[in-house]
Design a protein around this ligand. Structure first.
Ligand code: AMP
Ligand code: ZN
Length: 468
């Protein structure tokens, strides 16, 4: 039985899908004005683990991740500049719709490359906000018809006071990290400070914009929050099962998505709301707008395998902050490579010798609100257990890797590439060390070095690395 933590009730709940075997999953996608940083990618590794866990539980999953290529301002609360226009300025490009689409396309492609490098399963669809104006306008019209909006000179606003349950998602003891950094600016046009824009009017609006559309409220463009509400329901219906995003989306973006969809159609938007905690640096959360962020490309340049970052994410529960350091990154890489090394000499998987007890424990761990650290610990205890045969080990591990996504079968031979003779020397050295025969162990270490490898002692055991 799958249990997940639902931000709506702030508790773990049994997952009951709307349809027996099919599940709809929506994840807020990237705003494509810059490279995704490692924090953003944590959000998609988390969504991928959720999706794989659902699949492991035999559900057919329809996963939608949008691409925000319009309408996202530097503050989630409708203030500041348009992020896409800022990107054009940053890159010294002309302020034209074509240049804006080029930027969106460039950073979307980079996001897809990151996805593949992290072995994240592709979503069923990546709808572009700029291509879904009819769905957004239709939802705004329904909101207006039901009396939840008001019009000003420059925009059509959502009237949050009219919506009885406004802010329910964020209401129960919000943690500090959920609070939106951007203060809600005093805007004399608004009736309530939490009101937000459904439609920006081009006329009378000082903010620059390059792409605009006709609408019942005049030429203009949609607010950011209507994008996800409209695209998710277009592809998954309303209500759908699960909605994910980073914890920063709780107080504004997701709160507003819920208000709009319910005000339009008097039904909940999604049944379960799941949020990942931040990836943090010493200075605070990693953020695109503040610069100084680390990308997957930077890791690759530093010869860190992208799946080492996936391993790092899995080693911390998604609802705990993950503090990034180069030391922890290197330990994650060592652990992952050690996993590949220990599995390199195991036979071809047959899928016939899965150890039921271990598989059950694994399923219990991931079904307990995606407890990936515990699931990873199980892979180590399985590998170190001398009672199990090599065939049992590989068959069980490959099954677990359906969820972990560490690509064990592909990488165990490619990446480890340690000759058997060196591996045996390392085992011999380990035994000597256990017997406290330090001198003899050191002689073996020298033999290993002569063969072109160095041994590093890691918490998972000795790790063999090729000498540079
Ligand atoms: P964005 O491209 O800024 O719209 O964000 C894409 C996803 O990354 C959203 O789900 C955010 O909540 C999430 N996110 C942003 N910063 C971080 C961070 N430092 N750690 C984890 N998730 C983040
Ligand atoms: Zn969204």
């Amino acid at each position: 039985m799958l249990q997940i933590y639902n931000t709506l009730g702030r508790q773990k709940e049994k997952f009951i899908p709307l349809q027996k075997d099919k599940v709809g999953l929506y994840s807020c996608g990237p705003t494509v004005y810059n490279y995704a940083h490692l924090g953003n990618l944590r959000a998609y590794v988390f969504a991928d683990i959720l999706k794989r866990t659902l699949q492991y539980n035999q559900y057919e999953v329809k996963h939608i991740i949008n691409i925000t290529d319009i309408g996202h301002l530097t503050s989630d609360a409708d203030a500041g500049e348009d992020k896409m226009i800022k990107a054009l300025q940053r890159e010294g490009k002309k302020l034209t719709p074509e240049a804006m689409q080029e930027i969106a396309n460039f950073y979307s492609q980079s996001f897809f490359q990151n996805r593949d490098d992290l072995n994240i399963l592709p979503a069923d669809k990546y709808p572009l906000a700029s291509q879904h104006l009819p769905a957004m306008i239709k939802m705004i019209q329904a909101i207006e018809k039901n009396g939840y909006s008001y019009e000003t000179k420059s925009a059509l606003y959502f009237d949050t006071q009219k919506f009885k349950n406004y802010g329910q998602l964020a209401s129960k003891k919000s943690k500090n990290s959920e609070k939106n950094e951007a203060r809600i600016e005093i805007n004399p046009e608004k009736k309530n400070s939490s009101d937000f824009i459904l439609w920006f009017k081009a006329k009378g609006e000082k903010r620059k914009h390059l792409l605009q559309w006709n609408s019942p409220w005049g030429e203009g463009w949609p607010g950011w929050h209507i994008e996800c509400a409209a695209m998710s329901t277009q592809y998954l219906g309303q209500p759908f099962d699960l909605h994910t995003g980073g914890i920063d989306h709780i107080p504004v973006h997701h709160t507003n998505e819920i208000a709009q969809a319910e005000a339009a159609y008097q039904k909940p938007l999604a049944q379960y709301w799941l949020h990942n905690e931040f990836l943090v640096l010493d200075q605070g959360k990693m953020s695109k707008s503040k610069g100084g962020f680390i990308t997957l490309e930077t890791l690759i340049e530093k010869k860190i395998h992208p799946l080492s970052y996936r391993y790092l994410c899995l080693n911390t529960h998604y609802r705990s902050p993950l503090s990034f350091s180069w030391e922890s990154m290197e330990s994650a890489q060592n652990a992952l490579f050690k996993l590949y090394q220990l599995t390199a000499s195991l036979p071809k998987p047959s899928s016939k010798k899965i150890i039921i007890k271990i598989e059950n424990d694994f399923q219990k761990a991931i079904n307990n609100d995606l407890n990936t650290p515990q699931a990873l610990a199980l892979t180590w205890s399985l590998l170190k257990n001398k009672q199990f045969s090599p065939q049992q080990k590989i068959d069980t591990l490959i099954k677990m890797d359906q969820v972990l996504g560490l690509n064990i079968e592909k990488n165990r031979k490619n990446i480890s590439k340690v000759p058997l003779i060196v591996e045996n020397l390392s085992k011999k050295r380990e035994n000597l060390r256990k017997e406290k025969k330090w001198e003899e162990a050191d002689q073996i270490r020298q033999q290993i070095e002569k063969a072109g490898f160095i041994v590093e002692d890691s918490p998972q055991g000795p790790l063999l690395k090729k000498k540079n």
